[in-house]
Design a protein around this ligand. Structure first.
Ligand code: 5GP
Length: 177
């Protein structure tokens, strides 16, 4: 569709970043283009308007960029999911597998409460480890994760399957590779 095409034109492929053999999708040209950035936020918002959200949750760090604009667009609060040791208050933590080793993500224990309806937002869905850990953390903290939305999804890494298996089947991405 037209939205996907317009975003795709501004995604820069960076070979061998952050490691040899990885082709990184750089979203910064999208942010630098006022019309396209606004289109991304509007399109993400359109996917969430009927969900009666109480908050959106952004994943550090590029997820913050989209989630914060989305929160003001939708008129809901913003919850931060951060790398370990960054949040100042009492936290809950979820650990997840990487190709080599593990990583973790944290949330303030009072960031959500029972009955909250939250959407997980990130720039890109790859293997799904990060987004699944984020969604599980929100669920453990008492929220209902009603949807996960991404600007980009790397279909061949099957992150969607990981989210679905963990009980989060509502997934939407604006652009697929
Ligand atoms: P996953 O846990 O799904 O394997 O990786 C997704 C996380 O890594 C997201 O937080 C995303 O920001 C980051 N990420 C992985 N690969 C890329 C990439 O090619 N481009 C961008 N912009 N982010 C990536």
């Amino acid at each position: 569709n037209e939205t996907a095409k317009q975003i795709d034109k501004l995604i820069r492929n960076v070979p061998d970043f952050p490691k040899p053999g990885i082709q990184f999708k750089d979203i910064t040209p999208v942010l630098q283009d006022a019309k396209t950035f606004a289109l991304v936020i509007k399109t993400l918002a359109d996917g969430l308007r009927n969900e009666r959200l109480t908050a959106v949750a952004g994943i550090e760090s590029r997820g913050f960029i989209f989630a914060s604009a989305l929160a003001t667009e939708l008129g809901v609060g913003l919850v931060l999911l951060r790398k370990p040791g960054k949040l100042p208050w009492k936290t809950l933590r979820a650990t997840y597998q990487l190709e080599y080793g593990t990583d973790a993500i944290e949330i303030h224990e009072d960031a959500v409460k029972e009955g909250d309806r939250v959407a997980v937002i990130d720039d890109l869905l790859a293997t799904g480890g990060t987004a699944t850990a984020a969604a599980c953390l929100l669920r453990d903290a008492g929220a209902e994760v009603v949807k996960a939305m991404f600007v980009i999804e790397l279909d061949f890494l099957q992150g969607r399957e990981k989210l679905r298996t963990a009980g989060f089947p509502a997934i939407e991405s604006l652009l697929h590779y």
